[in-house]
Every structure is written in C-alpha cells, then in structure tokens.
Design a protein around this ligand. Structure first.
Ligand code: ACO
Length: 323
C-alpha cells in the first residue's frame, strides 16, 4: 500500500510584527486583556507587496529546498486559504506559476482555519490513489485584509503568514510503525455559519467584506468538536494520547488548546504553541507551528504527530502522521 510521507517543510512571514501594545493605539484594548484571554503577544501583518500568494510561494520555495526537490518534481499543489489574492484564479495556480511549476494540477481548498487539515487530507487521498506522486501542501493567509480594524473583539486575534509541507507517495507495509499519514477525519456543519463568517463575497455583496465572529459561541463549541474528531482518529488507528509524541493544534487561542489537551489527557510538554508569536493565522497556523517545532529539533523522524483544527463553517478535522 501507499503512504503519504512528509519530505520537507518551509514557512514565510511578513516583515512587520505588530505587538499587543501597538494595537492599544488602534482600539480600546490592552496587552493584559489579549494575553489573558488568548495567549497572543504579537502577530505579523502583511505590508505593501506582501500577499497570500507571495507568502505562499515563499513557504513553498522553502519547503522544496528543505526536501531537496526541484519544482519539476511536484505534480500537485493544494493551497488552503480563505484570503486568495484574486477571486480567481486559485492562489494555488498563482503560486504554481511563481515557483516555475508547469506540470500537474493546482487548486485551492477553502475550509477556513481547518484548511490545512483539509488540504493535507485531500493530498493524502490523491497520493494514495495514484493520482499524484509528490505534492506541495500550503496554508497561506492574509487575514489582516479581512479584519474590521475598528472591532476590538476580532482585530486583535489574527495574523498573516504561510507554511508548507512537501509530501510524497511511498510504498509502505501499512503498519503503524511506517512513516506517513496514518489516519485523518474531516467534519463540517453549516448550521454554525453565523457564528463565524465574512459579511461579503462576489455573489452576495460584490465586496470582500469583513470577518464577523461570536467569539464566545465559537469557544463554546471548539473543545467538544476538536476532542470528538481526535477520538475518531484514535479509534481508526487504535492509538491513544500516550502514543502521541507531539500535538500540533490549530493556533486560535491558548485556552482552547490547553482545554483540548487536558480533556484528551495529552501531556502539556507535548503541545506545540505558537499563537503567542503569530496570533491566529487560520489555515497557515498548523504548518507554521510544525516549522517552528521542526526547526527547534522537537519533532524528529519517526515521531507520531497529531494535527487538529476547527474553524468557520464550522469545519473541523484531525490528522495523525508518523513523521
Ligand atoms: N480588548 C479588551 N476588551 C475586549 C476585547 C479586547 N480586544 N475584546 C472584547 N472585549 C471585551 C468585550 O467587549 C466584553 O466587554 P463587556 O463585558 O463590557 O461586554 C468583555 O471583553 C468580554 O468579552 P467576551 O467576548 O465575553 O470575552 P471572552 O472571554 O469570551 O474572550 C475571545 C473573547 C478571546 C474572542 C474568546 O471568546 C475566544 O477566544 N473565542 C474563540 C474565538 C476564536 O478563537 N476564533 C478564531 C477563529 S475560530 C478558530 O480558529 C477556532
């Protein structure tokens, strides 16, 4: 059987970091409130010339280099984003062009903060069924361009950035000791649309719109949905919290992450947290967190890594990978 094995990783951040203190001059807020409620201390915000596609291409280029692959080795690009440069073409096609890739297929996946988990699961399905051999899976966002910068309940939470993985189809014996994606589970339930959405779009208002969120409602659902979907990937593999070497959750809020890890019985030392440095970068948050943990030498080859996300829709999902 075929397994989807991670071969390389890379990230790209905007130049400018914006601290909580910086935001105090913009809206009525405080560093203390933001840190206490979310764990966020700073985030990166895209400046002139920096876009989802420029950041995504930067992350993709870094991941290719890390994997030791050439652009012509890639035959599938999937970009998870809710903030493409244009309504169309897809960010993936723009990034494909920036990377000098002319073969294979490139398309976007839109599942908001769960986007990277959805994109990786989609790439895994393509690779395991022989539709592609080597994929670039990118999470890239510029949420700063969707924010209402007068709304303190949302503008302090998000940041911009991109992260990418190169994955390859590899023949495997199929045991849990083999490297690669071991299991994944995706969920959606559109009845929650009004709790987290953008109030614009090409077919409704012909505007880009602004992010709107009932933060407390999102919080209320998050931990239950996250832990449920993780239990289902545990069920699929027969693994449990003790088998996990690293828990790399979507980085929305430290309180959601801590509560989820506690409920699952995952040791806090195994939890990768980057929300303090990057804020919530939506679909980019998991690959950015992975890059930090890999660069720091925390995640090593052979480790079992649990990825998880939940976001607008709602959408939610989890992936278990042996690195
Ligand atoms: N600075 C200061 N005060 C603020 C700010 C701010 N930036 N934002 C809100 N407040 C005020 C509110 O106005 C309110 O004041 P009031 O009591 O006078 O009305 C008070 O703080 C409490 O507001 P709540 O919304 O009840 O605060 P809560 O403790 O729920 O924290 C937060 C808000 C951080 C948004 C929390 O609900 C949360 O994290 N929710 C999850 C949302 C999330 O993570 N979304 C990301 C996308 S989805 C995902 O990625 C999982």
């Amino acid at each position: 059987m075929i397994r989807t094995v991670v071969r390389g990783y890379g990230s790209c951040l905007p130049e400018k970091a914006v601290t909580n203190k910086d935001l105090e001059s913009l809206v009525e807020t405080s560093d203390e409130w933001i840190v206490q409620r979310t764990g966020i201390r700073q985030r990166y915000v895209a400046g002139e010339g920096e876009t989802t596609c420029s950041l995504g291409a930067g992350a993709g280029r870094a991941a290719l280099e890390n994997a030791g692959f050439e652009p012509q080795d890639i035959d599938l690009i999937i970009v998870a984003t809710s903030t493409p440069d244009n309504t169309f073409p897809a960010a993936a096609v723009d990034i494909q062009n920036r990377l000098g890739i002319t073969q294979g297929a490139a398309f976007d996946v839109q599942a908001v903060c769960s986007g990277f988990v959805f994109a990786l699961t989609t790439a895994d399905a393509y690779l395991r069924t022989g539709l592609a051999k080597r994929a670039l899976v990118i999470g890239a966002e510029t949420f700063s361009r969707l924010l209402d910068w007068t709304d303190r309940t949302t503008c302090v939470l998000f940041g911009d950035g991109a992260g990418a993985l190169v994955v390859e189809a590899v023949e495997s014996t199929g045991t849990l000791d083999d490297r690669g994606v071991l299991a994944s589970k995706l969920r959606s339930d559109g009845c929650h649309k009004n709790k987290l959405y953008v109030d614009g779009g090409p077919s409704s208002t012909q505007t880009v719109g602004h992010l709107r969120m009932q933060g407390r409602e999102v919080f209320k659902h998050a931990v239950g949905m996250i832990t449920d979907v993780i239990e289902s990937v545990f069920d699929a593999t027969g693994m449990n919290a003790d088998d996990i070497d690293w828990f790399v959750p979507h980085q929305a809020n430290k309180r959601i992450i801590d509560a989820s890890a506690r409920k699952l019985g995952i040791d806090p030392d195994k939890v990768v947290i980057t929300v303090d440095s990057y804020g919530n970068t939506s679909a980019a948050s998991i690959p950015l967190a992975l890059c930090d943990a890999l660069d720091a030498g925390r995640i090593k080859q052979g480790d079992v890594v649990l990825l998880e996300a939940m976001g607008g829709g709602f959408t939610w999902g989890a992936v278990l990978v042996r690195w």
